[in-house]
Design a protein around this ligand. Structure first.
Ligand code: 13P
Length: 248
């Protein structure tokens, strides 16, 4: 059985004080759920939030990692730096990074590899735009996004990773993929990996992201190939995030 996982992506939101409050609020409501839970916070809050989550089940993550080990790369943060903050997870290839900051399939693969070099679990985000979906290119786009990583790291590296399917048209738009639409792509991803390695595919956690909310989480999480969620907007409020978490 795969352990379920719910990850909050706080994106570029909050202040140090609000980040601390949010982390404390989440910890208060964790209860005895067996599913894992994490928050990917802005880099500058990793220290403060890290102190708060230290003795709790709430895990810490970052939102990106540099594609090189170190050096003259202004503005980048390395895997070694993130591991100093005890990050368990890091997002790579989020569509906002791909769309606004030029992260390519190749650089995402390098970031994935840098995370693993420091024992941080990369959460590889994949997904199609509306235009690509309408042109029936969803699976082809996802193949390319997955292949870039598999070609660089080998299929075995996926055993220490998480995949998040985030249809770009559903992110922050209020348009969630239907349970069936999401399941179709999750099943596709798992089968694509299974052709290369069945055991890895069986164990791989595949999360859904894109306008997930307390109202739609239960239906999505009930789908056989959906192992949890990557939550944006609704993770900025402890009560909503916890409702989603407890829908698992
Ligand atoms: P929303 O939940 O705000 O749509 O964001 C999803 C997302 O991008 C999580 O990484």
């Amino acid at each position: 059985m795969r352990q379920s996982l719910v990850v909050g992506n706080w994106k570029m939101n909050g202040t140090r004080a609000s980040a601390e409050l949010l982390a404390k609020g989440i910890i208060t409501g964790l209860g005895s759920n067996d599913a894992a839970i994490a928050v990917c916070v802005p880099y500058v809050f990793l220290g403060n939030v890290g102190e708060i989550v230290k003795n709790s089940r709430l895990e810490l993550g970052a939102q990106n990692v540099g594609d090189k080990p170190s050096g003259a790369f202004t503005g980048e943060i390395s895997g070694a730096m993130l591991s100093e903050f005890n990050c368990k997870y890091v997002l790579v290839g989020h569509s906002e990074r791909r769309t606004y900051y030029g992260d390519t399939n190749e650089s995402v693969a390098a970031r994935f590899s840098q995370a693993q070099a420091h024992n941080i679990i990369p959460v590889l985000c994949v997904g199609e735009t509306l235009e690509q979906r309408e042109k029936d290119q969803t699976f082809a786009v996802i193949n390319e996004q997955l292949d870039a990583v598999i070609n660089l790291t080998g299929i075995s590296a996926l055993s220490k990773s998480v995949i998040a399917y985030e249809p770009v048209w559903a992110i922050g738009t209020g348009k969630t993929a239907s349970d069936e639409q999401a399941q179709e792509v999750h099943q596709y991803i798992r089968r694509y990996i299974a052709v290369k390695d069945q055991a890895i595919a069986d164990k791989l956690q595949i999360l859904y992201g894109g306008s997930a909310k307390p109202e739609n989480a239960k239906g999505l999480f009930a789908m056989p190939d959906i192992d949890g969620g990557l939550i944006g907007g609704a993770s900025l409020d402890a009560e909503s995030f916890l409702k989603i978490y407890h829908s698992i």
